[in-house]
Design a protein around this ligand. Sequence first.
Ligand SMILES: Nc1ncnc2c1ncn2[C@@H]1O[C@H](COP(=O)(O)OP(=O)(O)OP(=O)(O)O)[C@@H](O)[C@H]1O
Ligand SMILES: [Mg+2]
Length: 235
Amino acid sequence: MAMLEVDEIRTYYGNIEALKGISLTVDEGECVTLIGSNGAGKSTTLRSISGLTPPRLGDIRFEGENITRTPPAEIVQRGISQSPEGRRCFPRMTVRENLDMGAYLRRDKEVGSDMDRVFDLFPRLKEREKQKAGTMSGGEQQMLAIGRALMAKPKLLLLDEPSMGIAPILVERIYETIAEINEQGTTILLVEQNANYALSVSSRAYVLETGAVAISDDSATLRSNPDVQKAYLGG
Ligand SMILES: Nc1ncnc2c1ncn2[C@@H]1O[C@H](COP(=O)(O)OP(=O)(O)OP(=O)(O)O)[C@@H](O)[C@H]1O
Ligand SMILES: [Mg+2]
């Protein structure tokens, strides 16, 4: 049984059918990528899983339990957290306060050591602990958004375009850290338009086109697919 099973989901915004029957799985320990152009349905897939825009039809199971209509806060408590598209840090709060927000549903005593772990992963955040998030660079805010999602202590981490608007040198750093988070045992479902790095850290990937899965394969196989190279890898 896969950790996450998405089964033929159809998600709507009013009358617009954004997802037209998407199925995918993520095994425990895996890092899986969703790639696709603007409007393909990548963010909507993540938002469906995290309960923000639940599907109208189809099922989502996490660790064998149906979470299709589970409220978002309870989904976080079950072990899924998301770093949303466009970062969405709390601009007037400090770095530390933003990280605390990520842990607000937790009642265990390991919040402090997890914050240390986030600071180990992203030393830049430690340096800027007391700085207001809104004054940080785009790349720093991206690190903060990932760190905040990690503070929920997720079993499954959802990352929506972690490289968007980030300088190439920082993108590399962010991807090294994503690989490290995965190696430390967190399962990851990653969304990217710019797929080179994403395919290098993931084992499998799904290509979405207009709300449906067009291709699914090993990341290495997809990277050498000429159509995929042309459409998604700038080749
Ligand atoms: N709040 C909304 N209201 C209406 N339609 C929406 C809304 N959010 C997304 N959509 C539509 O749903 C479809 C899928 O959007 P989604 O944001 O999932 O795409 P995406 O693959 O994440 O694209 P991008 O790479 O640009 O972020 C698009 O056609 C989009 O216009
Ligand atoms: Mg998106």
